[in-house]
Design a protein around this ligand. Structure first.
Ligand SMILES: NC(=O)c1ccc[n+]([C@@H]2O[C@H](COP(=O)([O-])OP(=O)(O)OC[C@H]3O[C@@H](n4cnc5c(N)ncnc54)[C@H](OP(=O)(O)O)[C@@H]3O)[C@@H](O)[C@H]2O)c1
Length: 272
């Protein structure tokens, strides 16, 4: 079988439980968040598209709505700002007529070469305070803010599914301490939600991603891309559609008995 990395989603795509479901994907104006939103809307879901840039969010929504009218809503907001997250949630609930079935916390602080590649002992005072706080504000605080808003409705509904986008350094360690810390803490948040809300039929899971051809990938030299691919047992980078498929599965009723878990999507680098 050829590597399944070139598949397309169309309106034949079906996953139980997603048709008519309403939810938000953060960081969905580009990268794998957008591809996930595409898959979810093709499955019949209605999706709030979040990102900071109004223009990028509007563009993404226009594309999704041109394929399925009123399947997407523009929700420009910085997830690290609580007031913006609360406003986003109010706008979303008005559009979804009070339903909040799923949340995907995908927005992440963009790779910062200096912050990621400085060993802990060498950080300046500013890096170890503001630098770390900036990463945490988006990856962790943002996810916590969005989760609180979603859970307020999910608890009343007695149903819901959340997925948190983490990274393999959270499990195995890596250079890039603020990133590793924030993505590991995200798994703690996910587990707490899974434990606290399982009795209310609300599931929380995470994906820990390896090297995916999205975001930072586009700034790498071809030789570096090849070098990193050679370190992966499947000998290639993961595709955005493969991540989208994994998250959509976790949101769907197919994963109805899965909660509190971290699914590793990394081409086999971490096998345990
Ligand atoms: N690519 C990989 O290999 C890889 C590996 C492991 C984990 N991940 C994680 O996967 C997620 C998606 O990454 P990607 O590679 O697809 O990145 P990407 O292409 O850079 O997309 C990131 C998205 O998040 C939005 N965003 C960034 N900061 C935000 C904020 N404060 N509030 C709201 N939206 C924000 C961006 O839009 P704006 O800039 O307009 O806000 C964009 O829509 C991230 O959490 C990342 O850490 C990626």
């Amino acid at each position: 079988m050829a590597p399944n990395n070139g598949f397309v989603f169309d309106q034949q795509t079906r996953l139980p439980g997603l048709d008519g479901a309403c939810g938000i994907v953060t960081g969905a104006s580009g990268g794998m968040g957008f591809v996930l939103a595409q898959l979810l809307t093709e499955c019949g879901a209605r999706v709030g598209i979040n990102g900071r840039s109004h223009a990028r969010v509007e563009l993404a929504v226009a594309e999704l709505n041109s394929r399925r009218p009123d399947s997407a809503l523009a929700l420009p907001a910085d997830v690290s700002q609580l007031d913006q997250v609360c406003r986003m949630s109010r706008d979303f609930l008005r559009w979804s007529a009070g339903r909040y079935d799923f949340l995907v916390c995908n927005a992440g602080y963009a790779l910062d070469d200096t912050l990621w590649n400085t060993p802990l002992h060498a950080y300046s005072d500013e890096q170890i305070t503001q630098g770390f706080a900036a990463v945490r504000a988006v990856d962790l605080d943002g996810a916590r803010f969005c989760s609180r808003e979603a859970l307020r409705t999910m608890v009343a509904q007695k149903a819901g599914a959340l997925v948190f986008v983490s990274s393999t350094p959270a499990l195995s360690g890596h250079k890039g301490t603020p990133y590793t810390e924030a993505k590991a803490a995200l798994l703690g948040l996910m587990r707490d939600i899974a434990v606290e809300y399982a009795g209310m039929n609300i599931r929380a899971n995470a994906v820990a991603l390896g090297d995916i051809a999205s975001g930072w990938y586009h700034n790498l030299a071809p030789e570096r891309i090849a070098e990193l691919a050679a370190e992966i047992p499947l000998q290639r980078w993961g595709q955005q559609a493969e991540v989208a498929g994994t998250i959509a599965f976790l949101l769907s009723d197919l994963a109805g008995y899965i909660t509190g878990q971290t699914l590793i999507v990394d081409g086999g680098k971490i096998i345990r």
